[in-house]
Design a protein around this ligand. Structure first.
Ligand code: ATP
Ligand code: MN
Length: 479
């Protein structure tokens, strides 16, 4: 007999037919006549109720049906008599696929803290919360590819190991096969990378952008969706050492086209979640309410589904960095000295606290900031006429702060070279990047969306460690 998944059974109304379900037991309760087993196989936030007439089964078999055990049930699909669910299955045969010793199993049928669940990340998929997050994460991955594919963008795999460290997006992880206890040295006493695997110093990539640009300047519109690595020692709830980034890169797009795409893309993803993940979002919404129930009203988040709809239905506010600085200089927290990093004027780097003030307190909407000072942005961003700013854009979301960073790219060979020299970047090593500006250069733009930042927003979770299966953070590479 073919197995049916729980999600499909829960929607089925062909009562009386025989079905086979396999899954993991969440709970078993009942009395000496009848037992109720809540079974979950990961396909739904809801469990399927299995009803077992105790007289039909060996007592020893029933005892082995404990929380965490895996079973296969053949039974009759029935309309449920009890409240809470529409259908249930009256068990005819039950087979134990895998026992689970209740005394040793860490996941008891009670509330566990998210911190505790991080320590048992190998088992946390079996909780409601991580089941929901895993399904939403999958839906978002799928929606990313669907969005771009329907627009005619090509997905490009950019290298994970790279010899270029010019991007400057963050501290890098070294990749080597050299014996760290016996590093080969040159005559001058420096590390001799010519003896390393690639014959030069290599790292894990912090971004696929530079290679993405090479593809865009032939394929017109491309995107990457891959892992990126940053040795961020910051230990915040918004930074991982290993995270997934989506980086579209488009020929013939100026900064406005770039902003339009970023807005359309993020709204598409949120809308996709609303349309395809409603049961999981409802669960996650209740989880967030429960978590925030002891907070003061003004500190509570907007209800999750309402929040997603609000973003989908409203235009993002677009303003320049300079306008944002004016707002911040006139803000209450600035005047009262409440910002941890004081704003001093044009040139100040915006921290999460400033971004969140603009989004959550001032505009109460997602914000796109443009035209940042050249001094605080990367070398490849297009220089403006004013000689002070670059055509950069950051998309800022409530609760998250920066969710997207992007820009129009400098297409002018001489200006790009001049900037690289000013920043002391190795122009000989970067010849391949410069070549695109020598051979048929065109205006082009792109951005990077941190996938886990998006996941934080969609799920309402507070810590980035809880929206990726196996988080990598300082002092933590377990599992
Ligand atoms: P932040 O200021 O928040 O550290 P950033 O300026 O370093 O971000 P970019 O280099 O522009 O970020 O990277 C593009 C996007 O990647 C960011 O907008 C963010 O969504 C995401 N991102 C950056 N660093 C991390 C990280 N350590 N963990 C998870 N996501 C990240
Ligand atoms: Mn950063």
């Amino acid at each position: 007999m073919r197995r049916t998944k729980v999600a499909a059974i829960l929607k089925d109304t062909e009562y009386g037919k025989e079905v086979n379900i396999k899954g993991w037991v969440r709970t078993r309760r009942g009395n000496k006549f009848v037992n109720f087993i809540a079974l979950n196989d990961g396909s739904s936030i809801h469990n399927l109720q299995i009803v077992a007439d105790v007289s039909k089964f060996d007592e020893s078999l029933i005892k082995r049906i404990t929380t965490g055990s895996a079973i296969s049930v053949v039974g009759t699909l029935s309309e449920s008599a009890g409240g809470g669910q529409k259908v249930e299955v009256q068990a005819n045969t039950i087979e134990i696929l895998g026992d689970c010793n209740a005394d040793e199993y860490p996941l008891q049928p009670k509330k566990h803290s998210l911190e505790f669940l991080r320590e048992i990340a190998h088992l946390r998929f079996r909780t409601n919360t991580f089941g929901a997050i895993t399904r939403v994460r999958h839906a978002m991955i799928f929606a990313v590819h669907k969005f771009f594919s329907e627009k005619g963008f090509y997905n490009i795999h950019t290298p994970i190991i790279t010899a270029s460290d010019a991007e400057g997006a963050g501290e890098m992880f070294r990749v080597t096969t050299m014996d760290v206890n016996n590093i080969p040295k040159t005559e001058e006493g420096k590390v001799d990378y010519s003896q390393d695997f690639f014959g030069k110093s290599t790292n894990l990539t912090v971004s696929g952008q530079l290679e993405g640009e090479l593809a865009a300047l032939a394929m017109s519109e491309i995107y990457t969706f891959g892992p990126t690595f940053r040795a961020e020692n910051s230990n915040t709830a918004r930074h991982l050492a290993e995270f997934w980034m989506i980086e579209p890169e488009m020929a013939f797009y100026d900064l406005n086209d770039n902003m339009d795409l970023a807005e359309e893309f993020t709204k598409y993803l949120l809308n996709y979640a609303l349309e395809n993940c409603s049961e999981d979002l409802e669960f996650l919404s209740n989880r967030q309410k429960e978590e925030e129930k002891n907070k003061k009203d003004e500190d509570r988040s907007m209800e999750l589904i309402e929040k997603l709809k609000f973003v989908v239905d409203n235009d993002y506010v677009r303003l320049t960095y300079s306008e944002a600085i004016d707002i911040l200089m006139n803000s209450k927290p600035h005047k009262k000295g409440k910002f941890q990093y004081p704003i001093t004027g044009f040139g100040s780097d915006l921290q999460a606290e400033h971004e969140r003030y603009l989004v959550e307190k001032h505009f109460k909407k997602p914000v796109i900031l443009t035209d940042y000072p050249m001094s605080i942005k990367a070398f490849y961003m297009k220089q403006s006429e004013d000689g002070k700013t670059v055509r950069a854009m950051d998309v800022l979301f409530p609760q998250i702060g920066e969710i997207i960073g992007g820009s129009q790219r400098e297409e002018d060979y001489n200006k790009l070279l001049e900037r690289m020299r000013a920043l002391d970047l190795p122009e000989e090593e970067m010849y391949w990047y410069l070549d695109t500006r020598r051979f048929g250069s065109v205006p082009h733009s792109g951005f990077g969306l941190g996938f886990e930042r998006l996941m934080l927003f969609v799920t309402g979770m507070g810590n980035i460690r809880d929206v990726i299966p196996f988080p990598r953070t300082p002092k933590n590479a377990e599992f």
